[in-house]
Design a protein around this ligand. Structure first.
Ligand SMILES: [Zn+2]
Length: 252
């Protein structure tokens, strides 16, 4: 009886914090996984450090330059709703300048959210930033520092693209990783519609995404499977949490 109660408690308290730089980072390479976790009852919280002020306004422009931060915030809110996850939390940093943020300040801000959300897992970018965007690399570094300081978070996962996939799609601009460095591959086909709806929330960014002009087969290949690496984990907490190993994301 007691064991059962404790198990259900772990399930109902399960939460993941995804820490990213821009609106749309939560969708393209991990939106399906976030939607699947939410379907399983995991509280999925996205923390986005900027409002994507330096991004595209669309072609033709969908808003005035000064309106872009608010428009992209709304696009992010739309995407999180489409994925069935919590409304996002935003920080107030400038797109393109994240690497100049004062580390102590932004890490404290991330930790404040960690204390509120109490995640078992943090998801962010690895040192390659996937696209190599300096903001991605910077937010990954800050989120990793927050993981080091938040002693009760079990694991830090990073978004990755395997070489074989990047090669097959001719995506030379992507900073891919060796296939055997991937620790988790998630087939997101059961939440494909939710992911596509989230992508289409990001109206200002659609023209910037070459994959959306690719064939349906290539879109399925690139967007239908999501890949991750377990960057860091705390073995002692892993045992207590009853997860069988570090290379899963809450049962996925
Ligand atoms: Zn980004």
């Amino acid at each position: 009886m007691e064991t059962e109660e404790r198990t259900s408690q772990i399930t109902t308290n399960a939460s993941l914090l995804a820490v990213f730089a821009h609106p749309d980072d939560e969708t393209f390479r991990c939106g399906g996984t976030l939607a699947l976790l939410a379907q399983r009852g995991v509280r999925v919280q996205v923390l986005t450090a900027t409002r994507g002020q330096a991004g595209s306004r669309g072609d033709p422009p969908l808003c005035a330059p000064e309106e872009l931060p608010a428009v992209r915030e709304n696009e992010l809110r739309c995407a999180c709703a489409a994925l069935g996850i919590q409304p996002p939390i935003l920080l107030d940093y400038q797109n393109g300048q994240l690497s100049e943020a004062v580390p102590e300040r932004i890490v404290s801000e991330i930790l404040a959210v960690v204390r509120e959300v109490k995640p078992q897992m943090i998801l962010t970018y690895g040192p390659d930033g996937v696209s190599g965007h300096p903001d991605h690399i910077a937010i990954g570094r800050f989120a990793t520092e927050a993981f080091h300081r938040a002693l009760d978070v079990i694991a830090l996962h990073t978004i990755a693209v395997p070489y074989s996939l990047a090669n097959e799609l001719g995506m030379t601009q992507i900073h891919a990783v060796p296939d055997d460095a991937i620790t988790l591959t998630v087939d997101i086909s059961t939440v494909w519609e939710a992911k596509m709806a989230a992508i289409h929330c990001h109206q200002t960014q659609l023209r910037e995404s070459p994959i959306l002009r690719a064939s349906p087969e290539k879109q399925r290949l690139f967007l239908g499977t999501e890949h991750f690496q377990t960057a860091l984990f705390r073995p002692d907490l892993l045992v207590k949490s009853k997860q069988s190993n570090s290379q899963t994301l809450m049962g996925l």
